[in-house]
Each structure stands twice: as structure tokens, then as C-alpha cells.
Write a protein that binds this ligand. Structure first.
Ligand code: HSE
Length: 421
């Protein structure tokens, strides 16, 4: 049997789990790959901080891997964007295969890398252990993808589930998620929706052959959610999730990440805690659902090693799934034209005429109310209005939110959640 030497750059949670998995399932993995796999070197920032369970040769110099001609495959698990991109380019230019879990780097540079080589595995970059990249690239490749709806960030789903089930504040839930090792080093990447957006953008490249950048799409985080929103959702049979949505409408693709109220009977609304879930609708297959652990060392290592086996088997397919860009007629939909129903929470003065001002402001922006609840506020001169609207679009809603905020009867910046149907 042949021998394949690999190098691992970054030995944190995922790196350690990858090394341990290669040891634990060694015989199975080499039988599936048809090769003995030797971890020739690991690169870390500080050798003294590396776990004593890691028994491979260590270095702090990335070139010890990138310039070693005996190393065939580089596994990049260091995170960050710029240095990781330089590492990826150098590995590919030195004729090594690359495996990466780095969604932020791929969100910006996937096409640049594909232009250097297709010998790249990145299953671990989206939804941890769920093989969604292989599903889109191979299993569903005969379909036009009509939509993708995903819960792609374990930290946010954990926070939203805990807030819903246990009535705990947002800050407490975030601290717990950080303790459990789900959150990114910079929590803004999770709670402001960027991590989800990076993953959506990677999926959309494979599904549609488009090259969107994070700056081009609608991204809203979860940090302003309150118990009032959860009350409204419960009252009307919704669950609140941070959703990544890709939809094809004629020759446009809309990409968005935001809180969404989803009917509680839909399968995706049942994806709870740190788990991830993705619904993909193909024009021929209909709806398919993927569910599993989207974060954490073991689940992510499963995807890294799956890529390793595939690369060693030399199965050649284009990195982003298109031999030639058949879908190049597709364009990204302008954010202002995206249509949805909306939920609004407003803190308003509890006095005569307030409701009239609110409804006429919405009416002036062509927004029609579907349901409305008024709740007492702790402060007796104010009330909380919770309402949902009929379908409108982002431009009308943006204008309405600005006008509502300017009304003398509205106290706080209005809070909005899109309703996904
Ligand atoms: N911070 C990410 C999450 C880790 O919570 O899902 C996996 O990408």
C-alpha cells in the first residue's frame, strides 16, 4: 500500500480531533483510502500550549510543511483570512492538495483558489459533520437548485433555543455557548450573522455557480431579540431561527441571512440546540433535508478526514462543482427587491391616536398589517406593539422603519424579524 504524508497547520479543537480520529480509526481509514497516512508534521503557534495527547512532530514554521516535498496534502485549520489564503495558495502552487475548514477565507477566495487547482477539500467549512457540500456537488448535481434554507451556526441556534425553552437572557446563553467551545474566537462572527453568511456564500457557489461576496448580501444578526419576540412567535405557531436563505427566482438568486419566524411544523424549525439543519429543494428531487452537528471538534474532524480519503482516492471533480459555468446567466438579486412577510416590535406611547399614526405610516409605505397584539409595558406610559404584516419588500420596509422611528409616539428603534413561508 502507498504512503501519503500529510501536514496539519493549526492544532486547536478541530486539529486535535482530526489527529485523534486518524489514530482511532486508522485501519478503517487506510482501507477506505487505499494508503497509509502519516502525519509528518503539525504547525502550531506555541508548542508549549499544545495538548500532551498530540504525539506528532511539531514546528512553529509553516514552511516546514509547505516546502517539504514529501508532504502531499496540507490540512489548514488555522482560521483567519489573509495568512490562511497565502498558505492555501502556496500549498497549491507547490503541488500539494489542500483541505481546509476555513469558511471565512473561502467566502472571499474560493474562486481564486479554484483557478489554481481543483485539488481542494472543504467539506468541513460548512455545517461541520454534515456532508452538505458533497450532497450539492455530487448527489444533487442533476438538479437546478430552487432553494436552500439552512441553520448553519450552532452558537446562534443554541442561544435561540435556550432563550425559547428556558427564558434565559441573550448574554447568559452566549457565555454558555462560548464555554462549550462552539463559538468563534470573535463572537461577532457568530451573533452578527457573518459566519452563517460565509457558509451560505460557499453553498451558493456550488448550487448556482455564482461568486457573491459577503458585502453583496443581506446579513442581520440575532443580538436584538427579546422575550417579547419569542412570546409573539409562540402565540402564532412560529419558531425563531437564524436562517441562511438562497432562492432562485427566474435568472436571479437571492442570498440572505437573518432571523426568521418559521412555522413550527416545518422540519427545519425542529432543529434545536447546537445542531445544524439544511433543507435543499431541487427541481427534480423535491425537498431533501440534512441534519447533524455543525460545530465541535469530532464532527468537523469527520468532514476533514472524509475529504482526506477522497483526495487520496484521486476522485477528480471541479472544486466548486461546475465544469463550465452553465449558470453564468444568473445574477444576485438586489437586496431592496427581496420580498417577505415581516414581524415588528415597537415600544410606543400608550395614548390616544398612537395606533392611527402607526397604521397610516405602514399604509403610506404599502405595508398591510396581518396580526397585532398590544402588551402592557413595565413603564405604564408605554405599551409594546407586536405585529405581523402581509408580504412586502425590503425597500418598503426600510422606509417604513425609518418613518416609524421618527414618529413622536415611537420610543425605541423598531425591531423587525422576517417571516419565512
Ligand atoms: N462558530 C461556529 C458555529 C463553528 O457555532 O457553528 C462552526 O463553524
Amino acid at each position: 500500500m502507498k504512503t501519503i504524508n500529510i501536514g496539519i497547520i493549526g492544532i486547536g479543537t478541530v486539529g486535535s480531533a482530526t489527529i485523534l480520529l486518524l489514530e482511532k480509526n486508522k485501519d478503517l481509514i487506510s482501507a477506505r483510502a487505499g494508503a497509509n497516512i502519516i502525519i509528518k508534521k503539525g504547525v502550531v503557534r506555541d508548542i508549549s500550549k499544545t495538548s500532551k495527547d498530540i504525539k506528532i512532530p511539531l514546528s512553529t514554521n509553516i514552511d516546514d510543511i509547505l516546502e517539504d516535498e514529501e508532504i502531499n496534502i496540507v490540512i489548514e485549520l488555522m482560521g483567519g483570512i489573509d495568512t490562511a489564503y497565502e498558505v492555501a495558495k502556496k500549498a497549491l502552487k507547490n503541488n500539494k492538495a489542500l483541505i481546509t475548514a476555513n469558511k471565512a477565507m473561502l467566502a472571499y477566495h474560493r474562486l481564486d483558489l479554484q483557478n489554481i487547482s481543483d485539488n481542494i477539500g472543504f467539506e468541513a467549512s460548512v455545517a461541520g459533520g454534515i456532508p452538505i457540500i458533497k450532497a450539492l456537488k455530487d448527489g444533487l448535481s442533476a438538479n437546478h437548485i430552487l432553494s436552500i434554507r439552512g441553520i448553519l451556526n450552532g452558537t446562534c441556534n443554541y442561544i435561540l433555543t435556550k432563550m425559547t425553552n428556558e427564558n434565559i437572557t441573550f448574554e447568559e446563553c452566549l457565555k454558555k455557548a462560548q464555554k462549550l467551545g462552539y463559538a468563534e474566537a470573535n463572537p461577532s462572527l457568530d451573533i452578527d450573522g457573518f459566519d452563517t453568511a460565509h457558509k451560505l456564500i460557499i453553498l451558493s457557489s456550488i448550487a448556482y455557480g455564482i461568486n457573491a461576496m459577503p458585502e453583496d448580501i443581506l446579513i442581520d444578526g440575532i443580538s436584538n431579540i427579546s422575550q417579547d419576540d419569542i412570546f409573539f412567535a409562540n402565540e402564532f405557531g412560529y419558531k425563531i431561527k437564524l436562517l441562511a436563505i438562497a432562492k432562485r427566482i427566474d435568472n436571479e438568486v437571492e442570498l440572505r441571512v437573518h432571523l426568521a419566524m418559521i412555522n413550527q411544523n416545518e422540519m427545519i424549525s425542529k432543529v434545536s440546540g447546537v445542531m445544524n439543519g439544511i433543507s435543499v429543494i431541487g427541481d427534480n428531487v423535491g425537498e431533501t433535508m440534512y441534519y447533524g452537528a455543525g460545530a465541535g471538534g469530532n464532527a468537523t474532524a469527520s468532514a476533514v478526514v472524509g475529504d482526506l480519503i477522497e483526495i487520496i482516492r484521486s476522485k477528480s471533480s471541479p472544486m466548486l462543482g461546475f465544469k463550465k459555468s452553465l449558470e453564468s446567466g444568473l445574477v444576485l438579486r438586489d437586496i431592496n427587491s427581496i420580498e417577505s412577510r415581516y414581524y415588528l416590535r415597537l415600544k410606543v406611547l400608550d395614548k390616544a391616536g398612537t395606533l392611527a399614526k402607526i397604521t397610516s405610516t405602514l399604509g403610506e409605505n404599502n405595508i398591510s398589517i396581518k396580526m397585532l397584539i398590544q402588551k402592557e409595558s413595565n413603564d405604564k406610559s408605554y405599551a409594546t406593539l407586536l405585529l405581523s404584516t402581509h408580504k412586502s419588500n425590503e425597500l418598503n420596509m426600510k422606509k417604513a422603519l425609518d418613518s416609524l422611528y421618527k414618529l413622536d409616539v415611537v420610543n425605541n428603534k423598531p425591531f423587525m424579524i422576517r417571516i419565512e413561508e
